[in-house]
Design a protein around this ligand. Structure first.
Ligand code: GLC
Length: 458
């Protein structure tokens, strides 16, 4: 009964504040060495929230949205900077001091490596919309404090800085991959979330004079963003061939190789990787730089939020089919492919022993990624792939005690430093199972994450 024990684990992970459940811990592993896995991470709570929305436990999601909103609504001074009110914490937990409960946050001020959680506010906004469309509780989103919070987020994320493209520039490790992994710049996962967040915000903002301008701005950015991602990130045989023959050092407005990418920088593993029917979004794009690595979450969210066209989504699924052993293997789904090895690993990760090749963020297999995989596959009618992935996982995950990630090229080894009883591994399985087994849940998730959002996206 893997599903039943996944639910039990989820219930065990609930975190309470003033008697109300407000979140879920990242893991319920008693033996855990990492100090912060007992905290509620915003990104880890998202699949928990989707389960709660599917099972009529909406109030937990609402409590969470309120709690995180209050946590971000204070201005703190951090090392001389006034922290922006639109920034949301990576995680929080509740402690009791002298009989009083206190919520302790981590905005990157306590995190290993002091990493900034750029994705938190994006997930918060996407979740707020999911809550509103599934419950019909628009009054909550229209409350003055919630509208103020939305404005603070947009103020931060739409702020003009040094931009020459609609994509969002972020530091290394600003999202699920929260360690040095050469993901600085314009990583796909952040761009996909950014797009999802802007569309969600457009629906959530109430119709006022001052919001008209904000809605105009965010519509312009989201349109430009999807066009940019289509042009610069999408790669298939045709585009690859064009890159293979790129001329460089082109100056001026009407040039082909806009970013001055040298064809010599194309990695050897790309040779033969794409067949005539596959394609995907590359991991990162910047001046003189294309990161050709395949990042699962960024590609799957691009399908869910309608950044890819219908045909492109099929091509991504064809890529999964062609490279099943490398991208899924024995535990769905690999976080990225291929891993960085040797000198590249040394330079790019700072010799991080947790991120050695084919482990953890550097090409480990993460059970949580089953839910976006299955949801995306079902959405584009590739049921056979969704079912195959779910079957592989169902056989193993519970017996292995719900590890956080798996190691190895085929993802067949329990991660060397993985936590056990990791909540998003369990919720990943619950969601995938619900999507495939229960048409009502499938429709609900479709509505929560996709419907309406994609208008104009394709
Ligand atoms: C690790 C993961 C991060 C996750 C956290 C809690 O730091 O990289 O994505 O949010 O663990 O599970």
């Amino acid at each position: 009964m893997p599903i039943q024990s996944a639910y039990e684990l989820l219930n065990r992970s609930l975190i309470y504040h003033q008697g109300r459940p407000v979140g879920t811990a990242a893991a319920c592993d008693e033996s855990v060495v990492a100090a912060n896995y007992n905290e509620c991470f915003v990104r880890d709570f998202v699949p928990s929230a989707l389960v709660f929305l599917m099972t009529d436990r909406h109030e937990i999601v609402r409590n969470f949205l309120e709690t995180v909103m209050h946590l971000s609504g204070h201005q703190h001074v951090m090392k001389g900077h006034k922290r922006s009110m639109g920034l949301m914490p990576a995680s929080f937990h509740v402690v009791t001091e002298n009989g009083e409960e206190k919520v302790i946050t981590d905005f990157g001020d306590r995190a290993i490596g002091r990493v900034t959680p750029v994705d938190s506010a994006m997930w918060w906004m996407i979740l707020l919309r999911a809550y509103v469309v599934t419950t019909g509780d628009r009054t909550f989103a229209e409350r003055e404090d919630v509208q103020r919070c939305i404005s603070h987020i947009l103020d931060l994320y739409l702020r003009e800085r040094f931009e020459s493209s609609p994509t969002l520039l972020v530091p290394d490790a600003a999202f699920m991959i929260d360690r040095r992994m050469a993901v600085y710049g314009y990583p796909l996962e952040i761009q996909a979330l950014y797009y999802g967040m802007l569309l969600a915000a457009r629906e959530l903002l109430v119709d006022t004079e001052s919001n008209k301008k904000i809605i105009g701005d965010l519509t312009a950015i989201s349109n430009a963003l999807v066009e940019h991602l289509q042009h610069y990130y999408w790669i298939d045989r045709k585009r690859f061939n064009q890159m293979h023959r790129f001329e460089s050092e082109q100056f001026g407005r009407d040039v082909v190789n806009v970013l001055n990418v040298y064809p010599e920088s194309i990695p050897g593993w790309m040779d033969g990787w794409l067949d005539a029917r596959s394609g995907y979004m590359v991991g990162n794009v910047g001046p003189g730089r294309i990161d050709f690595r395949f990042f699962a979450q960024g590609n799957l969210l691009s399908i869910l939020f309608g950044i890819t066209t219908g045909e492109q989504a099929q091509r991504v699924m064809n890529l999964y089919l062609n490279h099943w052993d490398e991208l899924v293997g024995e535990m769905p789904v690999k976080i990225l492919y291929p891993a960085m090895v040797g000198e590249k690993w040394r330079f790019s990760t700072g010799s991080d022993p947790k991120n050695v090749p084919y482990s953890y963020h550097n090409g480990g297999n993460w059970p949580v990624l089953l839910w976006p995989f299955v949801t995306a596959a079902v959405r584009v009618g590739r049921l056979e792939l969704a079912e195959q992935a779910l079957n592989i996982m169902t056989k193993r995950l519970k017996n292995d005690n719900w590890p956080e990630y798996y190691d190895g090229r085929r993802g067949d080894l329990v991660g060397r430093r993985a936590n056990f009883f990791q909540i998003w591994s369990a919720t990943g399985l619950i969601i995938a199972n619900e999507v495939l087994d229960n048409p009502e849940s499938c429709a609900l998730l479709d509505k929560a994450l996709i419907n309406g959002l994609t208008e104009g996206g394709n």
